[in-house]
Design a binder for this molecule. Structure first.
Ligand code: CP
Length: 308
């Protein structure tokens, strides 16, 4: 098993073996992260720039942590304080930072396809940290890592993805990857947040919250992504959304015993998920975050090795 590419742009193009290769490598880095000295020198002397043109807490900080634990020089670019505000293009911005001998860029941008566009126009390695509605591959990998760690397998598991699927790159990356691992994926969303051509995802589509949750092993709740809805009001109020599409303690009982409850964050408490569930015994939200560092260490390490 190996991964032989310059970039990691999405899970859609990954084979089953490539996904497992990332997860197996991440397991080794999780062991390292559990030591008191969480440090390797695999990326010593290398430069990693987090080029985030959109806001982030988890992805940016965990990539920075991952790069530093691997011994790299980790630099954070913030679009708000950059010359993009003076009209500099995306590719000029990246090429100027590449001229400073940057080895790997982690890129987050609001435009779908931006990571691929940059990858084709630079010799540096590109990790997609989230491009528009398209993909967020390291989120899917950390979700899969957390599933395998707690369920011990993928084949035959049932996962419900619930919420704003239309605007979710997390949902897309998970759907592509989960299919390859033999996981059954069920989708449920308000009509305005369900993709128009949902059949392309080849998932079950539930009609009610009860149907969505029946017999699932993993419940993945999604945030309503108002920033991608162009000002349209997709539901009357948070309270109404919670009533029909929110996860509460009673609804969790519809799932299989000991379900894993996931949320990529940030959470809208009391809207898509109640606090007693987000903080409850079945919540793996912070496990996802913890595993994100190990997964991102694996991704940076593998891409760095591919650079020779
Ligand atoms: N899950 C995730 O992408 O969170 P951030 O937007 O905080 O990075």
């Amino acid at each position: 098993m190996s991964y032989k590419h310059k970039d990691l742009l999405g899970t859609r193009e990954l084979s089953r073996d490539e996904i497992l290769f990332f997860l197996d490598s991440a397991k080794e880095f999780k062991n390292l992260n559990n030591q008191s000295i969480k440090k390797s020198d695999n990326l010593r002397g290398k430069t990693v720039i987090n080029a985030f043109f959109e806001n982030s807490t988890r992805t940016r900080i965990s990539f920075e942590t991952a790069a530093k634990r691997l011994g790299a020089d980790a630099i954070n670019f913030s679009a708000a304080q950059s010359s993009t505000k003076k009209g500099e293009t995306l590719i000029d911005t990246i090429r100027n930072m590449e001229a400073m001998k940057t080895d790997i860029f982690v890129v987050r941008h609001e435009c779908s396809g931006s990571a691929e566009f940059i990858a084709k126009n630079t010799d540096a390695s590109i990790v997609n940290g989230g491009d528009g509605l398209n993909e967020h591959p390291t989120q899917a990998l950390l979700d899969l890592f957390t599933i395998r760690e707690n369920k011990g397998k993928f084949e035959g598991l049932n996962v419900a993805i619930i919420g704003d699927i239309e605007h979710s790159r997390v949902a897309r990356s998970n759907i592509w990857a989960m299919h390859k691992l033999g996981i059954n994926v069920r989708l449920f969303a308000p009509p305005m947040m369900m993709p128009h051509r949902v059949e392309v995802f080849e998932c079950e589509v539930a009609k009610t919250m009860e149907e969505a949750l029946d017999g699932v092993d993993v419940i993945m709740m999604l945030r309503i992504q108002l920033e991608r809805q162009g000002g349209a009001v997709a539901f009357p109020s948070g309270r109404e959304y919670s009533k029909f599409f929110g996860l509460n303690k009673n609804r969790v009982k519809l799932a299989n015993p000991n379900p894993l409850i996931f949320h990529p964050g940030p959470i809208n408490r009391g809207v898509e998920i109640n606090s007693d569930v987000a903080d409850g015994e079945h919540s793996f939200v912070l496990n996802q975050v913890e595993n994100g560092v190990a997964v991102r260490m694996a991704v940076l390490d593998i891409l760095n090795k591919n650079r020779g």
